[in-house]
Design a protein around this ligand. Structure first.
Ligand SMILES: Nc1ncnc2c1ncn2[C@@H]1O[C@H](COP(=O)(O)OP(=O)(O)OP(=O)(O)O)[C@@H](O)[C@H]1O
Ligand SMILES: [Mg+2]
Length: 269
């Protein structure tokens, strides 16, 4: 359900379904003096893909980075508002940020495998987080993660070869396997297909659809076709404001805000 605030024109998100994975309220982000996000309130639901769309510079990546505190590593960046993961404030002093980033995994625009073997790329996270009790369990996690990422068949005979030797689309699936291996709750993807060809893109889109069975997924994309294909909910950002959020179909067929309408019909951006 979307409630438009008449005074500000901002969308608030009070979607009716059960407790969301992320509940974010009035999130503001500043880079030094410059404000990049203003009062963003959005829920991220389990077993759903939420896509974030909007013109370049509107704050999509900034918002995504708030969800696993990746903005912490940017000098001069300040985040205010409330970001709850399973009801727990991720900006509280007691939050273990390393653990948080395992619970909230991230896949970037450019595939970034570690300069290690395919096996080690996936085994690394479970090992540092102590997820596997022995070698057999670690191998099982690596196999399962590669399987879920739709890559196992292509790499099972060359697990000891460098991850960087795979094709771009395979590398991106390896990065997805690496994120899955630590049993996250949420996977954040920032334009995960923009460096890929259409076939590799279609493969990743299929995969995203399968993965939502297990995870909450947030994807930033410049492709409205992609948002329409893969997501159930969509948020439209403009100039640091979350203008509108709703069911993907509604956003693309019957947007409530003129700015959303203008963007999806290609009038700007
Ligand atoms: N590290 C940073 N330091 C200062 N300003 C930044 C930084 N990162 C982003 N910004 C600014 O914050 C605003 C939002 O940027 P952000 O990268 O979140 O946009 P975006 O919607 O992801 O854009 P794009 O679609 O081009 O990736 C922009 O004005 C940008 O210049
Ligand atoms: Mg971005």
């Amino acid at each position: 359900m979307i409630a438009m605030q008449a005074t500000t024109g901002r969308a608030t998100d009070a979607a009716a379904s059960p407790v969301p994975a992320f509940m974010t309220r009035d999130v503001c982000v500043f880079y030094g003096q410059k404000q990049a996000l203003t009062n963003v309130s959005l829920d991220i639901h389990r077993n759903q893909v939420t896509s974030l769309i909007g013109p370049s510079g509107c704050g999509k990546s900034t918002y995504l980075r708030c969800l696993n505190r990746m903005n912490d590593i940017i000098d001069g960046c300040r985040v205010t508002g409330s970001i709850l993961l399973d009801g727990q404030d991720i900006y509280s002093g007691s939050m273990d940020v390393v653990h948080l980033r395992a619970r909230v995994g991230m896949v970037f625009q450019k595939p970034n495998p570690f300069p290690k073997s395919i096996f080690e790329n996936v085994a690394y996270g479970p090992r540092i987080h102590g997820i596997a009790k022995d070698k057999t369990e670690l191998e099982a996690i690596v196999h399962n993660s590669l399987e879920k990422a739709g890559l196992l068949a292509e790499v099972k005979d060359r697990m000891d070869q460098p991850g960087t030797g795979l094709s771009g689309g395979q590398q991106q699936r390896l990065c997805i396997a690496r994120a899955i291996a630590v049993q996250p709750e949420v996977i954040l993807m920032d334009e995960p297909c923009s460096a890929l060809d259409p076939i590799a893109t279609a493969r990743i889109e299929e995969l995203i659809d399968e993965l939502r069975e297990h995870f909450a997924i947030v994807i930033v994309t410049h492709s409205m076709q992609q948002a329409a294909r893969v997501s159930q909910r969509t948020g439209f950002f403009h100039l640091g404001i979350l203008v509108e959020t709703g069911d993907t179909e509604q956003i693309f067929t019957n947007p409530r805000d003129k700015r959303t309408q203008d963007y999806i019909t290609g009038r700007f951006g």
